[in-house]
Design a protein around this ligand. Structure first.
Ligand SMILES: *Cc1c(COP(=O)(O)O)cnc(C)c1O
Length: 405
C-alpha cells in the first residue's frame, strides 16, 4: 500500500478539536496562539489538582533524579506506602498497580473469576454489567462495556458479560445464576451521561452479592480520587465493594491505575497469576503519593463540596434562563452533567468558542469536570462563558443571525 498524504501521523481514532496547548497552570490552559482557556475537562477527570500543581511537580522532579523504573521483581517501598495509604482510606487489604483504567478493570475481572476458581467453582465466570456503562477499550473491558458502537468489527466479544437495565434490581436478581461471578457497576456513570444509581439500588446489589456468594465490583476509574466530593464515590452510599478499580485522577496526570480488593476477594491471586511491566513504577507512584498528600489534607473535600454546591446552583439558574438550550443539572461533587436541548456537541463547541473546555457524554449531556481546586471566581467565570455560549445557541440569536445574513 502507498503511504498516505495525510499531514497527521497520529492514528485517526479521535475527532480532535483544532486546538493545541503548550502549558497549564491550575484550571487555566494556554493555547499555542497564546489564548487562555478555562479547563473544565481536567483531561477527562485526570488533572484533578489542576495543571502543574507545585507539590506534584516537585515530587516528580525529585523522583526523576533518583529512579525512573524498577521491575516488580524487586521490592517497592514507595509502592508499599501508596498501597497502604489507599487501604487505610478504603475497604481494601490489597492493591495491584496498573497503568490505566482499562488495565485496572482487567485485573478486577480476572480477580473475580480467579476467586471462584480458587474456591472450586471455576464455572462462575460471568459478570453482570449495566446499560450505559463504560469500562475501557481493551477487548475484555469493551465486552464489559457492551456498547455495540465500540464492539462492531472487532470479532466475537469476550464471553461472560450479562448487561442489565441500569437500576432494575428485579432484572439483576433474575440474572444471577450458578455461573455468576460478580456484579460490576460505576457508582456514577460518567461516559454514560452522568447517571446516578439510587442508593437503595446499590445497597440491594450488595445484599444480593452477599446472599449469592458473588463479588461486587465498583469501577471508580472516573469517580474515584475525590471527583464526587469524597475520596471514593461509594463512600456516599454506605456500601463497600469487594473489588474497586481506580485510575484517572490517581496520578494527577501521570498514568497509573489500581485495582483494590479485600483479602477475601484477592484469595485467588498468587505469584504468577497476574502482572505488569510498568505497573506501580517509581515515577507513577511518586505522583500518586503526592496526589494523596494533597487530597488527605483536612478540608480538601469540604472545598470540593462547597464548589459543587455553588456550581450546581449557578448551573440551575442558567437552566432557568436558557430553557431552549439546556434542561437539567446532574451529578455529584465536581462530576457534573448538563443535559442539552440542542445537540450536546454544538454546546461543547460553543463553550470552546467562549474558551471554556468541557466534555460530551451519553444522553446528550455535557460534562463539567473542573480541577477539584477550582475556586469561586473561576466558577463564576465559567458560568459567564456558559451564558455566552447559550446566548449564541438560543433560537432568537439564530434568527437574528439569519436576518442579518
Ligand atoms: C476512563 C474510564 C475507564 C478506562 O480508563 P482508561 O485509562 O482510558 O483505560 C474505565 N472505566 C471508567 C468508569 C472510565 O471513566
Amino acid at each position: 500500500m502507498t503511504k498516505s498524504a495525510s499531514t497527521s501521523h497520529l492514528l485517526p481514532v479521535f475527532a480532535r478539536a483544532d486546538l493545541a496547548f503548550t502549558s497549564g497552570e491550575g484550571v487555566w490552559l494556554t493555547a499555542i496562539n497564546g489564548e487562555r482557556y478555562l479547563d473544565f475537562t481536567s483531561g477527562v477527570a485526570v488533572n484533578s489538582l489542576g495543571h502543574c500543581h507545585p507539590h506534584l511537580v516537585a515530587a516528580l522532579q525529585e523522583q526523576a533524579t533518583k529512579l525512573w523504573h524498577m521491575s516488580n521483581l524487586f521490592k517497592s517501598p514507595d509502592g508499599e506506602r501508596l498501597a497502604a495509604r489507599l487501604c487505610e482510606e478504603s475497604f481494601s487489604d490489597y492493591v495491584f498497580f496498573a497503568n490505566s483504567g482499562a488495565e485496572a478493570m482487567e485485573c478486577a475481572i480476572k480477580m473475580a473469576r480467579h476467586y471462584h476458581f480458587s474456591k472450586g467453582q471455576p464455572e462462575r465466570t460471568r459478570i453482570i454489567t449495566f446499560e450505559g456503562a463504560f469500562h475501557g477499550r481493551t477487548l475484555g473491558t469493551l465486552a464489559a462495556t457492551g456498547a455495540a458502537k465500540y464492539l462492531e468489527g472487532y470479532g466475537k466479544p469476550l464471553e461472560g458479560f450479562d448487561q442489565m437495565p441500569f437500576g432494575d434490581i428485579e432484572a439483576v436478581k433474575k440474572a444471577v445464576g450458578p455461573n455468576t461471578a460478580a456484579i460490576l457497576i460505576e457508582p456514577l456513570q460518567g461516559e454514560g451521561g452522568v447517571r446516578a444509581p439510587s442508593h437503595a439500588f446499590v445497597r440491594a446489589l450488595r445484599e444480593l452479592c452477599d446472599e449469592s456468594g458473588i463479588l461486587l465490583i465498583f469501577d471508580e476509574v472516573q469517580t474515584g480520587m475525590g471527583r464526587t466530593g469524597s475520596l471514593f464515590a461509594h463512600q456516599r452510599f454506605g456500601v463497600t465493594p469487594d473489588i474497586m478499580s481506580l485510575a484517572k485522577a490517581l496520578g494527577g496526570g501521570f498514568p497509573i491505575g489500581a485495582c483494590l480488593a479485600t483479602a477475601e476477594a484477592a484469595a485467588g491471586m498468587a505469584p504468577g497469576s497476574h502482572g505488569s511491566t510498568f505497573g506501580g513504577n517509581p515515577l507513577a507512584v511518586a505522583a500518586a503519593n503526592a496526589v494523596m498528600d494533597v487530597m488527605l489534607k483536612p478540608g480538601f473535600f469540604d472545598h470540593v463540596n462547597r464548589m459543587s454546591l455553588l456550581f450546581k446552583q449557578k448551573l440551575a439558574s442558567a437552566v432557568d434562563s436558557f430553557p431552549s438550550v439546556i434542561s437539567e443539572v446532574r451529578g455529584e461533587g465536581l462530576l457534573i452533567g448538563l443535559k442539552a436541548v440542542v445537540p450536546s456537541g454544538d454546546l461543547v463547541a460553543a463553550l470552546r468558542d467562549a474558551k471554556l473546555l468541557t466534555v460530551g457524554a451519553g444522553e446528550n449531556v455535557v460534562r463539567f469536570l473542573p480541577p477539584l481546586i477550582v475556586n469561586e471566581a473561576e466558577i463564576e467565570e465559567a458560568i459567564q462563558r456558559l451564558e455566552t455560549a447559550c446566548v449564541a445557541l438560543s433560537p432568537s440569536a439564530a434568527q437574528q443571525q439569519g436576518a442579518a445574513s
